[in-house]
Design a binder for this molecule. Structure first.
Ligand SMILES: [Zn+2]
Length: 102
C-alpha cells in the first residue's frame, strides 16, 4: 500500500506538518519512485542541530539537500512531500486534529 500524499506542494514548510496530524515527511525519487518516510519533527531537529534549517525550511529545499544516491536507481533527484501512512483516512485525521486542539 502506498502513502497518500498531502496535496500542498513542495513550497510548504516543514513546520506545516502541524496542520496535517499523522502525516510523515516522504522523500521520493523523481526518477524511479523509491520512497522513504521520516518523522517531520526529527528532520526539523536534525536541521536545527546542523544550523541549516528548521520549521521554516521549504520541502523543496529539504529535497535539494539530500545528497545520497537513490537505492532504487542510483541517481540523485529527490522530491519531498507530506504523506499519510496507508490506512490513515480522513476520519482518523479529524480525530487527531481534535485531539491536538483539546
Ligand atoms: Zn530512484
Amino acid at each position: 500500500m502506498k502513502m497518500r500524499i498531502v496535496p500542498i506542494g513542495d513550497q510548504a514548510t516543514l513546520g506545516d506538518h502541524r496542520h496535517y496530524p499523522g502525516a510523515r515527511l516522504l522523500l521520493v525519487c523523481s526518477l524511479c519512485g523509491w520512497d522513504k518516510a521520516y518523522r517531520a519533527e526529527r528532520v526539523i531537529d536534525r536541521l536545527r542541530e546542523l544550523k541549516s534549517g528548521g520549521h521554516a525550511t521549504r520541502l523543496e529545499q529539504v529535497a535539494r539537500r539530500v545528497a545520497w544516491n537513490c537505492p532504487g536507481c542510483g541517481r540523485v533527484k529527490w522530491r519531498c512531500h507530506f504523506a499519510w501512512p496507508p490506512g490513515f483516512d480522513d476520519r482518523e485525521a479529524k480525530r487527531l486534529a481534535n485531539l491536538y486542539r483539546n
